[in-house]
Design a protein around this ligand. Structure first.
Ligand code: MG
Length: 266
């Protein structure tokens, strides 16, 4: 199952995506949002349309999350590269929904930061309301699918403030998409790569997570209720670095395609 959210005749719609003549294309419109599917997106009613390739589609953020929960330092080598101790439990923080940005949208580099970094990440899309997921409980039924996310960060402000709200929360600092898909297995290992202007900067597999997806979801739901459509950014690998106006950032997650966003100076 693969879907996206896009603009059609002035209206946001969800569409099922399938290959048509070798190109990923929107072939059907969902008549109910995936967040209301209770986890069974395939079972939703849909209407066939004339195929639109993903390149021609005006893509939107692929959902309307009530919150974006992020895991910091979930890869050993990334924790070390910023001079931090390897954590013994997940560090979680929030990004506001006002930071969300569609595929292709421009990330605005704020004047008050001297260093803005890309952070390519695998992102979980929550499918069912959950709280206090038990130790012996399978987390998979709560996952609608996965997408790509760029946890853009004003690194200097993150360090200066000691807590991360300002550095992580500027408008446009949360590009996400283009697709949500369920055909990948982060436990088995999915490759996450980031390129800037075509040059490979980050490449790792989710097999190297310090805290796997099930542990992360138990940890978060011990604190807060996750709602359908909520996003969980699972952390970035080593190789983070700065961008400037004119750069093009690309986050690719194996099986989920590429999230591409240019950077502009504010
Ligand atoms: Mg991050």
């Amino acid at each position: 199952m693969k879907y996206c959210r896009f603009q059609l005749k002035g209206q946001p719609q969800y569409g099922f995506v399938e290959p048509v003549a070798g190109r990923e294309s929107i072939v059907r419109i969902l008549l109910t949002p995936p967040e209301e599917s209770d986890g069974d997106v395939e079972g939703l009613r849909s209407r066939r349309i004339e195929p639109i390739t993903l390149e021609e589609a005006e893509l939107l953020v692929p959902g309307r999350p009530s919150k974006i929960v992020c895991v910091g330092r979930n890869y050993r080598e990334h924790a070390k590269e910023l001079g931090n101790e390897v954590p013994t439990e997940p560090a979680i923080f929030l990004k506001p929904d006002s930071a969300l940005l569609a595929p292709g949208g421009m990330v605005k580099r704020p004047k008050i930061s001297q260093r803005v970094d890309y952070e390519g990440e695998l992102c979980i899309v929550v499918g069912k309301k959950c709280r206090h997921i038990r130790e012996d409980e399978d987390v998979r039924p709560y996952i609608l699918g996965y997408t790509c996310l760029n946890d853009v960060t004003a690194r200097d402000l993150q360090k200066k403030d000691g807590q991360w709200t300002r550095g992580k929360s500027f408008d446009t600092f949360c590009p996400v998409g283009p697709l949500v898909a369920d055909g990948i297995d982060p436990w088995a290992g999915v490759r996450v790569e980031t390129r800037v202007n075509g040059e490979l900067k980050q490449s790792a597999t989710t097999k190297d997570f310090l805290f796997p997806v099930d542990l992360v979801m138990r940890y978060i739901t011990a604190v807060m209720t996750l709602l359908p459509g909520d996003l969980i950014a699972t952390g970035t690998p080593e190789g983070v670095g700065p961008v400037k106006g004119g750069d093009i950032m690309e986050v690719n997650v194996e099986g989920l395609g590429t999230l591409r966003n240019p950077v502009v100076e504010e």
